[in-house]
Design a protein around this ligand. Structure first.
Ligand SMILES: [Zn+2]
Length: 141
């Protein structure tokens, strides 16, 4: 942990880091099971591994298996929720973290490129739709 990151206010979440079950790390904030059930394991404010980030484990071995579509949809639902809560948040793969031991996490078959494209387009659209509805429900004459 760098000194500058310790000075940031608690709750200034910047990254969602994705992992799969074959990761050498443990203690994540969320776990998404193969049947799409989401478990909230730790408070978002608890810094588990990387400061200002939220760790999500997807149960499975995505070096070998594809991600079930229901599990991927559950991840997208959770990412939308987190994007509403932490507007600056970006989604990334564990393997993108500099300084961590070399890894393929969250797996070679994990559709990271598709997910990042979705996060840059559809996720923003969905968030904006929700915010518009909230504003309209509060200010309609
Ligand atoms: Zn990992």
């Amino acid at each position: 942990m760098s000194r500058s990151s310790q000075k940031r206010p608690i709750g200034a979440k910047k990254f969602v880091i994705l992992h799969h079950s074959k990761c050498y790390r443990d203690s994540f904030h969320y776990r998404i099971c193969a049947d799409a059930e989401i478990e909230h394991l730790e408070s978002d404010d608890l810094s588990t591994q990387h400061p200002n980030s939220i760790g999500i484990e997807l149960v499975g071995d995505f070096d070998h298996d594809p991600v079930p579509s229901a599990q991927l949809q559950a991840l997208k639902d959770l990412l939308l929720e987190l994007k509403l809560r932490y507007p600056a948040i970006q989604v990334g793969a564990h393997r993108q973290i500099r300084g961590d031991r070399k890894t393929s996490c969250p797996g070679r078959r994990f559709p990271m490129r598709e997910l990042r494209e979705w996060a840059a387009t559809h996720l923003i659209d969905q968030r904006d739709d929700i915010l518009r509805e909230v504003i309209e429900s509060q200010y309609r004459p």
